[in-house]
Design a protein around this ligand. Structure first.
Ligand code: NAD
Length: 356
């Protein structure tokens, strides 16, 4: 059964990691190393079944492959999930056991922060392996990627609005930001500086109030944001926000936000296209975070990362143009461009390098 799931996703390798003493139960998926080592975060959350965990890690790892390929990085896609409650199940032993398992993969997979994990956890993993990014600056890590991720979302949004609404900038547009955590709040500051009208919503009312104290905006009930009449909807909370019925009720003209896996299925992008709502694929829009940690892994400086994050706008524009020319959804166009780059670069191996 697991082999079928792995083959369906086109993944290379799945590793089950266990340490009964600490209770560690983790699954690491390496989707592709065709362009380089597989980089992707480690998610810590409860799963109803082991099958759900394997399915989730495979889906997330595949997304990382496309994200890295479209960001022009020499990296593949991978992801790890730890089955458990991040509030109660973390311990030094668990992280160090996980670090040793990661180390045993010899750099084929590099881990990072994700939902349910934080920088302190990465620091603990770093004691056992160098194949981790997002550690604290004292341990050689880069800073929080969220502000740079917001810069990428902003660049993609400008490209989307220019393409779909024929507007040279964001001034005067009404943008609804769903979720004003680390990325959403930084995005609000950029949009306010552009002269956008902002409506924000967060299930954490205090987070919304914090943003409203520094940025001119209206606070809405988070449940109402998806049906708000606005120019741009920026989902910056959790994934799975757009399904078939959600698309029917949407009143935005552009969807462009940082949340991972915004569509419940790739073909929801076809429904958006049918309603003439431009969807900026999330794995392009939010690739600033990956670019930031890739810089850490490769020893590049902030300028290197910023150049690539600013290029997200041009990549998004290219995707919109291809989608239009080929009459396919933007999500499919993005995946096909990523797959084409992977095919093109990975077959370079036919040109042998001299022995070093
Ligand atoms: P965060 O946890 O700091 O913020 C998320 C916010 O969304 C929180 O304030 C939370 O209360 C709110 N929220 C949760 N459910 C909500 C709902 N149903 N309606 C409204 N608000 C809701 O997370 P973040 O780092 O800002 O990341 C936001 C999204 O962007 C996530 O999906 C994350 O995976 C993705 N992402 C983040 C980065 C990064 O650099 N931080 C990079 C790439 C992708």
């Amino acid at each position: 059964m697991y082999f079928e799931m792995i083959e369906d996703r086109g993944a290379e390798q799945v590793t089950f990691c266990s340490d009964p003493v600490s209770g560690l139960r983790a699954v690491v998926a390496v989707h592709s190393t065709a362009l380089g080592p597989a980089l992707g975060g480690c998610r810590f959350q409860p799963y109803e079944t082991e099958l759900d965990a394997v399915d989730d890690v495979l889906r997330l790892a595949e997304g990382m492959t496309y994200k890295a390929a479209l960001a022009g990085l020499d990296l593949g896609g991978g992801k790890a999930v730890i089955l458990g409650d991040p509030g109660t199940d973390k311990s030094e032993r668990l992280w160090r056991a996980f670090g040793r398992h990661i180390d045993s993969l010899g750099g084929r997979y590099v881990t990072a922060e994700d939902v349910g994990t934080d920088r302190a956890d990465m620091d603990m993993i770093r004691r056992e392996t160098r194949w981790v990014v997002g550690t604290s600056p004292a341990m050689g890590g880069a800073d929080d990627p969220s502000p740079i991720t917001a810069v990428g979302v902003h660049a993609a949004m400008k490209a989307a609005v220019a393409h779909h609404l024929d507007q040279p900038g964001l001034a005067g547009l009404h943008v609804a930001v769903q979720g004003v955590g680390k990325v959403g709040s930084a995005l609000c500051h950029l949009l306010a500086a552009d002269g956008c009208r902002l409506t924000i919503g967060d299930v954490n009312a205090a987070a919304a109030r914090r943003v409203a104290a520094t940025v001119p905006c209206e606070i809405a009930d988070p449940a109402d944001l998806l049906t708000l009449a606005c120019d741009v909807l920026a989902p910056c909370a959790l994934g799975g926000v757009l399904d078939d019925s959600g698309v029917d009720r949407l009143r935005a003209r552009v969807v462009c936000g940082s949340a991972n896996n915004q569509l419940v299925r790739e073909d929801v992008a076809d429904l958006l296209a049918k309603r003439e709502i431009l969807y900026a694929p999330d794995f392009v829009v939010n690739s600033g975070g990956l670019i930031h940690v890739a810089g850490e892994l490769l020893g590049r400086d902030r300028r290197w990362a910023m150049d690539r994050v600013e290029a997200i706008g041009a990549t998004a524009r290219h995707i919109f143009e291809i989608a239009e020319a080929e009459a396919v959804s933007t999500a499919l166009a993005a995946r096909e461009i990523a797959e084409a780059r992977i095919r093109e670069i990975s077959t370079l191996e036919s040109i042998r390098r001299p022995a070093r």
